[in-house]
Design a binder for this molecule. Sequence first.
Ligand code: SF4
Length: 184
Amino acid sequence: MKIDPSVFQAKFPHHCSLEHCKSRCCKGGVWADVEEKEVILRNAELFVAYMRPEVRDPACWFGVTAEDPDCLSGMAIETNVVGDYCVFFHPNHGCSLQKAAVDAGQHEWAFKPRFCIMFPLVVEKGVLIVDEHLQDIWCMRHENRTHPVLASVDREVRHLFPEAIASFNPELACDQPSVGDQSG
Ligand code: SF4
């Protein structure tokens, strides 16, 4: 995986704030890896209690599949949208996959799709970039983007891309525009 130089200049709020954004990044659902889908379905009973009543049937959780070389398996599957939000979103719990994992004593991202964890970063054609498509949500508005994005999502990036981060020296960010050929 390569890191686009723009990532080192991009800004983001100090941290996510559900109070401000109301999880609007979850409105459209997400493209998960088909292997992530299998793990979610194998653990379905963990999540049901956190989900809205109308989406508790696992048969309605996922939609179409598509080839995606940026998924580790090469195949992506969309999470369905019901009531204008991803099926896994609950207004009281945020992401049901994350809330259930925490309550079950597991890592908070044990079941969350990696493309959700990395937002506002995204991997496109093997390059880590900033996803600038959702300009109208709170965290992507210019006035709220006050901190370097890599500092704001440092924990997420270290979790997802430990090899890339281990070989990158942030002190040299301007002189070191990309990290080449790391497995993400
Ligand atoms: S899986 Fe969770 S974090 Fe990802 S879009 Fe759905 S509700 Fe949001």
